[in-house]
Ligand binder design. Structure first.
Ligand SMILES: [Zn+2]
Length: 356
């Protein structure tokens, strides 16, 4: 299938380079829509992160995750369709968009997705998915796809068929209410950077991306050195979920999200991280984060046992902070005290000092 053609030089599916641009500012953007950021993200960690959040705040959040992700996906798909004019063209164009999103899902690491049926009545889409990158995010994507079409509220339901296998159905209820437009918060403009990549001459992705192995049958991306499964998706969807949680549940949410991510990363730390950084921790981290589109680590200093860092264009800052706290504890073998802030210009600054 053309969608899964590989680069002859580095072996990465050519779609990855066709659809994404890595910038010297530490971000990955969609080639057709430079404002739409993407990240390579540890996908096994997503649902673990959500479960840890539930455990810390003591209530289920699946519904909220699906709704927030649906809104982000709907906004994205509406944007893809903005050039399509007239109702008929719009319907045909939309069918294409949905099919493309589903095909693309395999390259993005979303799992083994197969469309079971599609009916224009109620815009009902049924997918059979094995090993989704995250069940609630996948449900949100499907609900968002049907919401983008008629701008009315969608519904999604899943049924487990076996280990890691689900049938997910998204549709419009008759008389579904109009979607209320919630404004997505404006992000400050990205700051320019000076990160240098070696790009593959065959397909244009950074050569480091070939550390990831694609299995387009299974719809998975695996980071070979660590064995961790990854997916490529927009950090805006993740941020929308965090914002919604904070709006609904209050100010203590950001700290809970940081702690949930710290717990997850801590559970993952092992020998594969021993080689981290070597002599040049900052250089290594900077390249590693930029390759994943997480932002530009501008400053990282260690003074009297205290790490001080500043990142430009951070993606999902709370996740970055939780990861940083876990790394600190792994490297120093002591608990860390984290202090952080996000400035008006979007910069994330933090210090981590040993506790006690
Ligand atoms: Zn290549």
């Amino acid at each position: 299938m053309a969608a899964f053609k590989r680069c002859k030089v580095c072996g990465v599916p050519v779609r990855v380079g066709k659809d994404h641009v890595w910038s010297s500012d530490g971000t990955i953007a969609q080639r057709r829509d430079r404002d739409h950021r993407m990240i390579f993200f540890d996908s096994e960690g997503i649902d673990a992160l959500f479960q840890n959040i539930e455990q810390l705040i003591g209530m289920p959040i699946e519904k909220m995750i699906i709704e927030s992700k649906a809104r982000a996906t709907a906004a994205y798909i509406s944007h893809l369709m903005r050039g399509i004019r007239g109702p008929a063209a719009r319907v045909v164009g939309l069918g294409r968009v949905i099919q493309r999103v589903i095909d693309q899902g395999r390259v993005m690491g979303y799992g083994d997705i197969n469309m079971v049926s599609f009916s224009w009545k109620n815009l009902k889409i049924v997918n059979d998915v094995s090993n989704p990158y995250s069940l609630p995010l996948f449900c949100g994507d499907m609900r968002g796809s049907v919401e983008a079409i008629r701008k009315v509220e969608g519904t999604v339901a899943y049924e487990q068929q076996g280990p890691g296998r689900y049938v997910v159905t998204a549709w419009h209820e008759a008389h579904a209410s109009e979607l209320e437009g919630r404004l997505t918060p404006k992000r400050p403009p990205r700051k320019q950077g000076d990160i240098a990549f070696n790009f593959c001459p065959g397909c244009g992705v950074p050569v480091e991306i070939s550390q990831f192995k694609w299995d387009t049958e299974a719809g998975t991306i695996t980071h070979e050195p660590t064995g961790v499964r990854y997916a490529i998706f927009g950090p805006a969807g993740l941020q929308a979920i965090f914002d919604e949680l904070e709006r609904e549940l209050g100010e203590s949410i950001p700290e809970a999200i940081i702690e949930a991510q710290r717990m997850h990363v801590e559970s993952r730390m092992g020998n594969q991280w021993k080689a981290i950084g070597g002599a040049d921790l900052k250089g290594w981290l900077r390249g590693w984060l930029a390759m994943q589109g997480m932002g530009n680590l501008r400053e990282l200093d260690l003074v009297d046992g205290v790490y001080r860092a500043r990142m430009e264009n951070p993606a999902a800052p709370l996740v970055l902070l939780g990861t940083a706290a876990a790394l600190f504890e792994f490297m120093t073998e002591s608990k860390g005290v984290l202090e952080w802030s996000v400035a008006d210009d979007g910069d994330l600054s933090f210090t981590i000092s040993p506790a006690g």
